[in-house]
Design a protein. Structure first.
Length: 124
């Protein structure tokens, strides 16, 4: 799971993102992003509605799978951004991990939030 400081806390904290965010869509999910200069770290929320999957354990599984993709690639995400990933395809529950990872990374690149990690020029 993603660290506590990289997640949203409360519905009010999403208001800024919903008002000013720009949406990018892929095959199975959408990404809403806005730059938030008041924050040092980026924040992320994953939303899976009941329209996608009725059973809560299945929705939670989808949510955990998306969070895991983000967690493993967190160093590639640009700082000071607020993001919401909305899943709208029930097939993400049974999708192969590599395909889900490609969808999420594609959405991040489309939104220009994906960046290559900085390499230090220092010799150890």
């Amino acid at each position: 799971m993603l660290e506590h400081r990289y997640r949203f806390h409360g519905h009010g904290s999403l208001r800024f993102l919903y008002q000013r965010g720009k949406t990018y869509r892929t095959k199975s999910l959408s990404l809403r992003v806005v730059r938030n200069p008041q924050r040092v770290h980026s924040r992320l929320a994953v939303i899976v509605t009941k329209k996608v999957q009725k059973a809560a354990p299945r929705r939670n599984r989808i949510r955990r799978r998306v969070y895991e993709v983000i967690r493993t690639h967190w160093e590639h995400i640009a700082p000071s951004h607020d993001m919401i990933i909305s899943v709208y395809d029930a097939q993400t529950d049974i999708m192969p991990p590599a395909e889900l990872e490609a969808l999420v990374v594609d959405a991040l690149k489309q939104a220009r939030v994906w960046q290559e990690p900085q390499k230090d020029g220092k010799a150890g």
